[in-house]
Design a protein around this ligand. Structure first.
Ligand code: NAD
Length: 448
């Protein structure tokens, strides 16, 4: 099948590469000339384990091409997957301009082909407010008139950092269609990905769009729930790690997404929670749970920052201090820094006159681009900690889990760790002479 991906971001590129890898002829289209230039030189513009090898293999086989030429990319495709961004403002209004722009371009390309061309399937893969696929259909129809085409919604559930594995072995594939014939096209396309017996759910378009929001809102709810429990544990001297062990071994509850921390970030959970609240507002349905989940998440970073403020004797005490930040992306195994908790903390610290060092195994260049020289980026985690009054850990990269504490203590000015991921045993840190703050556990002061 001839497929065109609209947008070569985390979703479009991974989807295009994985579809090419199962034998499809895939064109990846973007409006960003820099991205296309890199891709044509086999340079992956994002950090995603396993992606570069597949990109190279499939480009060399001739099944994968990259282009800036919208018209050609749309006209040659049997199926067009819209994978553009759908960011939101702080109130939760989704910016539809990328979706609308793509729909208009597709409409003009189809119109030029005329009524005798084979009907194309336009697939919305971006996460979109419910009803958007029909909005895309209406936009295209207003341009092409009676020329036939189909629309579908196919939300994506991959996780950054595991995107290739997730796409190749999805827990489920969800597709919203208006006709059985289009549903069958999706069954054929995804058949190589569900040989492990995982299901393809073919449903109506509106329900498919809602599945994605329901899933992300539920996962965000789990994170805010455990963070709120962590705060309660701190207030009563309980240990959230012990609590989650006892709680999560209940098979009805499970362990996933119940790790306390700094709250969720990234390009999906924050905006998808807000979008649900906004969709509720527009329909007169109060989304009380989503509202609370969002509020708890916003608060969590502030509560953590307050621990730093308190340790240094108040806001004034922060002035002139130096803090090293380990982990800058919104989670490990990605270079995506959108809504990253670490950067919220860095910005707050800068506001109080703190000198900020930063280290991240893969996100450093993105941080430099966004923050300029307000943060001093290091390519070694101990150099990041050198002469610091404290370090702050925001993501649980494996290399942070068992650092050389003697080396760390020898380079730091103060022996203070603020751990937003609960990586260490508190007693051990106390014995090593550190002040140690984590989430949902009583802080430890040096015992030696
Ligand atoms: P992204 O910002 O990484 O990539 C979007 C790409 O689209 C950019 O490269 C941009 O240049 C390009 N683009 C914009 N307008 C275009 C146009 N008219 N024609 C061609 N290209 C155009 O976005 P992303 O993270 O891949 O997310 C895309 C969508 O998928 C969003 O709706 C997101 O919510 C959803 N989603 C993301 C993830 C994730 O983990 N990132 C997971 C599931 C779903």
């Amino acid at each position: 099948m001839h497929l065109t991906m609209v947008g070569t971001g985390y979703v479009g590129l991974v989807t295009g590469v994985c579809f090419a890898n199962t034998g499809n002829d895939v064109t990846c289209l973007d409006v960003d000339p820099e991205k296309i230039k890199k891709l044509e030189a086999d340079i992956c513009p994002i950090y995603e384990p396993g992606l570069t090898d597949l990109m190279i293999k499939n480009r060399q086989s001739g099944r994968l091409t990259y282009t800036l030429d919208k018209k050609a990319a749309y006209q040659r495709a049997d199926m067009i997957f819209i994978c553009v961004g759908t960011p939101s403002d702080d109130k939760g209004h989704t910016d539809m301009s990328y979706i609308d722009g793509a729909a208009e371009d597709i409409g003009h390309a189809i119109k030029e082909l005329g009524p005798d061309a084979k009907a194309k399937v336009i697939v919305v893969k971006s996460t979109v407010p419910v009803g958007t696929t029909f909005r895309v259909r209406d936009t295209i129809k207003s341009i092409v008139g009676d020329i036939k085409f189909h629309v579908a919604d196919n939300p994506e559930f991959l996780k950054e950092g595991d995107a290739v594995t997730d796409f190749n072995k999805p827990d489920r594939v969800v597709v919203g269609v208006e006709s059985e014939m289009v549903g069958e096209m999706f069954r054929d396309l995804y058949d190589p990905f569900v040989r492990n017996g995982h299901p393809i759910f073919i449903m109506d378009v509106l329900s498919a769009e809602m599945v994605k929001y329901a899933s992300n809102n539920f996962l965000a709810t789990k994170i805010s729930f455990i963070n709120e429990m962590a705060n309660l544990c701190e207030a009563y001297g309980a240990n959230i790690n012990r609590v989650r062990e006892g709680m999560c071994s209940d098979s009805r509850i499970g362990h996933h997404f119940l790790y306390p921390g700094l709250g969720y970030g990234g390009s999906c959970f924050p905006k998808d929670t807000l979008a649900c609240i906004m969709m509720g507002d527009q329909a007169g349905v109060t989304m009380q749970v989503s509202n609370a989940v969002h509020g708890t998440n916003e608060r969590q970073r502030n509560l953590f920052f307050n621990k730093i403020v308190k340790h240094f004797g108040g806001e004034m005490g922060l002035n002139g201090k130096k803090i090293g930040f380990w982990g800058l992306a919104f989670k490990p195994r990605t270079d995506d820094i959108r809504k990253a908790p670490a950067l919220t903390l860095v910005r707050k610290a800068l506001g109080y006159g703190v000198t900020c060092n930063g280290y991240d195994p893969v996100a450093a260049s993105n941080v430099s681009m966004e923050m300029g020289d307000t943060i001093d980026i290091h390519d070694d985690m101990y150099e990041c900690a050198r002469d610091c009054d404290a370090i702050v850990i925001s993501t649980d990269w494996p290399e942070f889990k068992s650092p050389d504490f003697d080396k760390l203590a020898s380079v730091m000015k103060g022996k203070v760790i603020f751990d937003g991921r609960n990586l260490y045993r508190r007693q051990h840190l106390g014995e090593l002479g550190f002040h140690y703050y984590s989430v949902g556990r009583t802080p430890i002061t040096p015992t030696t």
